[in-house]
Design a protein around this ligand. Structure first.
Ligand code: GDP
Ligand code: MG
Length: 314
């Protein structure tokens, strides 16, 4: 009787989930040196903007999990902070540790490089790649390759001589080219399993977290070289009102008064622009009206204070 009951439950669950027996679900880590286009790639893989991107290196400070679900598989992507090799401080040590952690326990790894550009920083990341997990080499930004595909095969051969990749794909993350091929390439590495997340879910990060990510992206986009690395964004208040409005108060922590002045800008112009653009992005992502207030606080020396970093969840 017990046996039969268990079988009935299994049959029930299978019917309930409505997924083919060969459905796949697993984790894929996206790694690469800063600025190769990891966040852009993930946003295109899942078809929504959840990971922030910027022209400056190292905008991604936290792991962001993006989820893509179709009829045959569910891919759970982990975006990683780029390896920081220039400066050694508590923050960068922690960032690098996060990358190593992101690589353990995934089913496949995507190693992103820029077409025709392989630097020492790429090599440092490549040396951290796992040898017991399939790694797909992704050559991004092929749209920038003025000479078309000339030299591309040699470029791929050169990199492949230094590490045993399970395969490679050429893509343009920015223009959404080669994305479907990459998904098809990754699919066989996912274990057979029912989906872990609901079909409509694109990330397991909270709305609060995504709100801070959006503000960080605007900060990187609109500030000069002098500021961004000594900066953190915190939610002070996040409320969903009954009428659907999100009321969000966000503080930007900086190191010095001078940085605060730069961030605010003449007559408050810069901060206003940052807040407005962040609000518009949030309204798109949350699909509702947003009231957003962003202000700046000075807290000196925070980038070197490990205990403070822990409080921030880094
Ligand atoms: P990450 O640091 O690896 O996460 O890189 P991002 O995703 O933040 O991208 C860094 C920069 O490269 C941004 O300015 C992107 O717009 C740009 N980028 C990303 N993918 C492509 C691409 O396929 N083609 C071109 N031309 N630029 C790209
Ligand atoms: Mg990034």
């Amino acid at each position: 009787f017990k046996q039969k009951a268990i079988m009935d439950i299994e049959t029930f669950l299978q019917n309930e989930s409505n997924h083919p027996a060969d459905y796949r679900c697993g984790f894929v880590a996206i790694v690469g040196r800063p600025n190769v286009g990891k966040s852009t790639l993930m946003n295109h893989l899942i078809g929504q903007k959840i990971s922030i991107t910027s022209k400056k290196a190292q905008t991604t400070r936290n792991r962001v999990t993006g989820i893509y679900t179709d009829d045959t598989a569910q891919f759970v992507f982990v975006d990683t902070p780029g390896f920081q090799t220039k400066h050694r401080n508590a923050l960068n040590d922690r960032l690098n540790q996060n990358v190593t952690e992101a690589l353990s326990g995934v089913d496949a790894v995507v190693f992103v490089v820029e077409a025709m550009r392989f630097t020492d920083a790429d090599r440092i990341v490549m040396k951290q790649l796992p040898t017991n997990t399939p790694v797909i080499l992704v050559i991004n930004k092929i749209d920038k390759n003025k000479a078309g595909n000339t030299g591309l095969q040699e470029f791929i051969d050169q990199i492949s001589a230094e590490f045993k990749f399970a395969g490679h794909e050429t893509v343009s993350a920015k223009h959404g080219l080669g994305i479907a091929n990459l998904l098809a390439r990754l699919r066989p590495y996912l274990p057979q399993s029912v989906p872990m997340y609901p079909e409509e879910m694109v990330t397991d990060r909270s709305s609060r977290f995504l709100a801070t990510e959006i503000v960080r992206e605007k900060l990187f986009r609109y500030l000069g070289e002098e500021l961004p690395y000594a900066m953190n964004v915190e939610i002070e208040q996040f409320e969903e009102e009954e009428n659907g409005l999100y009321r969000i108060y966000i503080a930007v922590l900086v190191d010095k008064d001078s940085q605060k002045a730069i961030l605010i800008g003449k007559g408050g112009e810069k901060l206003k622009k940052i807040s407005t653009e962040a609000r518009l992005d949030m309204e798109k992502l949350f699909d509702t009206k947003v009231f957003l207030k962003v202000w700046v606080k000075v807290k000196s020396g925070w980038a070197d204070d490990v205990r403070f970093l822990r409080e921030l969840g880094l």
